[in-house]
Design a protein around this ligand. Structure first.
Ligand code: ADP
Ligand code: MG
Length: 831
């Protein structure tokens, strides 16, 4: 065998002058012993030969077989980290990047300065770094600065089976970068590592790799795992069910660690608390750091000071005044999609915590309970790898980070809730939100597999086998289940203008790409192609528009482009806290309870009538009158959010005022997240995360209406004019840019009776008629200024009607100064 590899080395030396050195690593004996047990060690030779002879290699193997911790060491020992470049490894999850870098440093007996990590806001990379773990988002950002990634001699894309959008894009990019580097005489290697799931997406893809890369399979020994299905499937209280199951296992079954899969951080903490109460042992503190509070107080002081400024005359938002990153700063401001289960750390949605009476505290039988999720502090994370204190049983309550990214030793029992928190996208609004759904069969089997690593194990599924049968086989690639305008924007931000030609492992549909490009052009994020006349040329040009500076600013916010535009414009007139609240509230589908449902009994009915009356009254109060009324339903949203937070966001307040408690809690979390995002993106803005806010003043309301119009421009509707009213179906109707039929203001809207000439809507709901919801009023004279892309400027002679909104989405208007308020600068757009 030695001879064989020597031969190989010879070949390589000639072929691409790869190093034939061996860098010794001084490992501790116990580490060396543990390593030798890992299945991947048996394949070292095969993997390294494949790497020497091919620019790209795929390594796939069961979770826990040692891919992440060992392959970088193989490469290091073979001299791949040298003067000419370092070894980079990407992870879709931050928790994996941090904990794996620490593990590899320990195993190799090297300092953190040599084996380092970089995630969004932190890292320990130095000049000495030879192995760098990072999130896929961080590497994507680096591609933007140096397309050839000259720092690296090898890139390992880990956890490729997760199919996170950023990982997919990186693989597409690297399929081009690697040949380019080799052509330029700067050899580079690419390794794609994945669990044993659907590798064909990478190998059988002509667009991606002309010659399919070799696949090295790592066979892992796996002990049998008995699967126990529940007879019935709890629909809501699966955390309660998980609690009972865990208690039972701990009381009745032989020693062995328990791993519980839940969907989010809040659930994890809730269950940990309950289990610790039931089997007390020792508290480990997992509360937020005090630093956060100090910073908050500081920011609050600053904010209060800045509040005393007096506004002058009616403001006008300036489209050129948007938040943007200063050039050359903010390296890792944006990051990967799979921050999944992370929800800001609020524990409020643990509605199922209280009834502990069922489990009497039992200190005689201690359970060592540890939480595990992405945002957990690294020291806390590391605890799961250590042996539990003597006399206790280990119980890790985790999100799906423990599914494939991290392998916890000593697990014999798995409790699987069968659910996962996933990002969902609304096709109409493009709004994304996190929802809990059933997981796939493949991932449920991965979870079960965690129980059989060291001895035969058991997996308790908190759902019936029939429900399992209905799970999809695999989780789909994230890229196919979402609209792609944000993705297209991100790629344009990377200067990939021809997104259609991009070698995606799984491509989004052409329609999705075209729609995305069109929307981005109309938002001003992409430069519109010049009008050349030939339709075909135009279409082609439309699919390769470059990004604008506004587009770059928008690309740095973690929301859909329409909302990103609002956030980008929001810093004017101190509007940001309100824009953030609005974006958050619009992201949550419905903040009001549905009170139109029929009541059961007469008694219930009279209560319902009372509640409806009270809620209608509250809505009127929140909508206000005069200037604020024109912000319409969005003002009601702001009022509801503000009032709810003022009362401490209690279930009681929500109940009394017809608000959905869950929605309000969600809004609070989103506001926190968006505030943090804005603070990172715009260094000149310093907002504090305070859910409470004073009502906006008149100027701010005026600005908010314009900001909403600028973001939701394609959701503009115009009240029908007299001449249309010949047809009775148009009575009180509106014309939109997107539909031929009339739409109407929803009866629950604050503007139902006002009927402004122009409105912007958040969404259209079809019931007996097409109804606009989330309506606010726009002013005609804002249109040429804020939405020139939708305007057609005609001469007064051309049409006796000054302007109208036609079903083709064009608003025709005179370019007459009498028509527009003095001071409005007319754009130089003419067709
Ligand atoms: P894979 O990437 O193939 O899923 P890993 O390389 O992550 O496998 O894990 C290999 C082994 O290393 C596992 O047995 C895991 O328990 C162990 N391991 C990983 N991180 C640590 C750590 N921080 N401390 C102790 N053991 C660890
Ligand atoms: Mg791994």
């Amino acid at each position: 065998q030695n001879e064989q590899s020597e031969k190989n080395l010879d070949k390589i030396q000639v072929k691409d002058s790869q190093p034939a050195v061996f860098i010794p690593v001084d490992r501790l004996p116990e580490i060396q012993e543990a390593r030798l047990k890992l299945p991947v060690l048996a394949e070292e030779q095969v993997i390294m030969e494949a790497v020497r002879e091919n620019p790209c290699v795929i390594v796939c193997g069961e979770t826990g077989s040692g891919k992440t911790t060992q392959v970088p060491q193989f490469l290091y020992e073979a001299g791949y980290a040298s003067e000419s470049g370092i070894i980079g490894i990407t992870e879709p999850r931050r928790v994996a990047a941090v904990s794996m870098s620490q593990r590899v440093a320990t195993e190799m007996n090297l300092s953190k300065r040599v084996v380092s990590y970089q995630i969004r806001f932190e890292g320990n990379v130095t000049d000495e770094t030879k192995i760098k773990f990072m999130t896929d988002g961080v590497l994507l950002k680096e591609v933007q600065k140096d397309f050839l990634l000259q720092k690296y001699s090898v890139i390992i894309i880990d956890e490729a089976h997760e199919r996170s959008v950023y990982t997919d894009i990186l693989i597409g990019l690297l399929s081009r970068i690697v040949p380019l580097r080799n052509k330029k005489g700067m050899p580079m290697k690419l390794l794609i590592m994945s669990a044993t799931l659907r590798v064909e997406d990478f190998t059988d893809n002509q667009k991606l790799f002309r010659t399919p890369p070799p696949v090295v399979k790592v066979e892992a020994r796996q002990f049998p795992v008995s699967i126990h299905f529940n007879k019935r499937t709890p629909l809501d209280d699966y955390t309660g069910e998980a609690f009972h199951k865990t208690c039972k296992i701990h009381r009745m079954l032989p020693p062995g660690g328990i791993l519980v899969f839940l969907t989010g951080q809040a659930e994890v903490h809730g269950l940990c608390r309950r289990l610790r109460k039931a089997f007390p042992f020792r508290r480990s503190s997992t509360t937020a750091g005090e630093d956060d509070d100090a910073e908050n107080a500081e920011a609050m002081k600053k904010f209060k000071k800045s509040k005393n400024k007096k506004p002058v005359s009616l403001p006008q938002i300036d489209l050129d005044n948007y938040s943007a990153l200063p050039v050359d700063e903010g390296d890792e401001d944006r990051e990967a999609g799979i921050d999944d289960e992370e929800d800001g750390g609020s524990d409020l949605d643990i509605g199922d915590d209280p009834d502990n009476a069922e489990e009497k505290a039992d200190p005689s039988n201690p359970l060592y309970v540890l939480p595990l999720y992405s945002l957990l502090a690294p020291e806390q994370q590391a605890k799961v790898f250590r042996a539990p204190p003597p006399g206790t049983r280990l119980c890790v309550v985790a999100t799906n980070v423990a599914e494939t990214s991290l392998t916890i030793p000593g697990i014999k029992y798995v409790v699987d809730c069968g659910r996962v928190k996933k990002r969902f996208y609304d096709r109409v609004t493009g709004v994304s939100s996190f929802k809990v759904t059933w997981t796939s069969q493949a991932s449920a089997n991965q979870r079960a597999g965690r129980a059989g690593r060291t001895e035969p194990g058991h997996c308790y599924r908190l759902y019936s086998s029939a429900v399992f049968g209905d799970f999809s086989l695999f989780s789909e690639a994230e890229i196919t289940r979402r609209p792609v305008e944000d993705l297209v924007l991100q790629m344009k931000d990377l200067n990939i203008d021809k997104v259609v030609n991009f070698p995606f492992p799984t491509s989004p549909s052409m329609e999705a790409l075209m729609a995305a490009e069109q929307l981005l052009i109309s938002l001003g994020a992409l430069k519109e192609p010049p009008h050349t006349g030939r339709v075909k040329d135009m279409e082609k040009a439309r699919l390769s528009c470059p990004i604008t500076p506004l587009g770059r600013a928008m690309a740095s916010f973690p929301v859909a482009p329409r909302y990103a535009k609002m956030l980008a414009l929001g810093k004017q007139q101190d509007c940001l806290p309100y824009v953030i609240a609005l974006v958050a509230a619009m992201t949550v589908r419905e903040i009001f309870e549905d009170l139109n449902r029929p009541a059961g009994s007469e008694d219930e009915n009279s209560k319902l009538v009372q509640r409806r009356a009270r809620i209608a009254q509250m809505k009127r109060l929140w909508a206000g009158h005069g200037a604020s009324l024109l912000l319409g339903d969005l003002m009601v949203m702001l009022g509801a959010v503000g009032a709810c937070e003022f009362s401490g966001c209690t279930p009681k307040f929500c109940e009394e005022n017809g608000l959905r408690y869950k929605a309000m809690v969600e809004i609070r979390k989103l506001r926190g997240q968006l505030t943090n995002a804005v603070n990172t993106v715009c260094p000149d803005v310093r907002l504090f995360v305070d859910p409470k806010m004073a009502p906006p003043n008149e100027n701010q309301i005026f600005c908010l209406r314009q900001i909403v119009l600028a973001g939701l421009g394609d959701h503009l509707a115009r009240r029908v004019q007299v001449e249309d009213l010949l047809d009775p179906k148009w009575k009180n109707g509106y014309k939109t840019c997107l539909m031929d039929d009339p739409v109407f203001i929803h009866p629950s809207s604050a503007l139902f009776k006002t009927l402004p000439d122009f409105v912007v809507y958040h969404e259209i709901l079809e019931t007996t008629k097409m109804y606009m919801k989330g309506v606010s009023a726009a002013e005609a004279e804002w249109l040429p200024q804020l939405l020139p892309q939708y305007c057609h400027f005609s001469s007064p002679l051309e049409s006796p009607v000054p302007w109208f909104c036609s079903s083709t989405g064009v608003i025709k208007c005179h370019r007459s100064s009498t028509f527009f308020r003095v001071g409005w600068q007319l754009p130089a757009v003419e067709v």
